[in-house]
Design a protein around this ligand. Structure first.
Ligand code: SF4
Length: 72
């Protein structure tokens, strides 16, 4: 269990993205304050930098993250 190093600047963690699924709090616990390495946003920004992270990508969108990483 560890806090993500991007907590302060992350739009998902700071409620700048709509929580349409109602799972925001669960994701924060699971990814942001649990296992950031499994977060789709984290995967993309650690490998490609913050500008490569789609603004509407949620932590559970692993397939999208893998597609983005595969393209680079
Ligand atoms: S785990 Fe993902 S969603 Fe959470 S703060 Fe880090 S980059 Fe943002």
């Amino acid at each position: 269990m560890a806090d993500c190093k991007s907590l302060a600047g992350c739009p998902f963690f700071n409620d700048k993205m709509p929580d349409t699924s109602g799972l925001g709090a669960i994701y924060k616990k699971k990814y942001c304050q649990g296992d950031p390495a499994k977060c789709a946003r984290y995967m993309v920004f650690t490998k490609l930098g913050k500008p490569a992270v789609p603004p509407d990508m949620y932590p559970n969108m692993i397939e999208l993250a893998q597609q983005i990483l595969a393209r680079h």
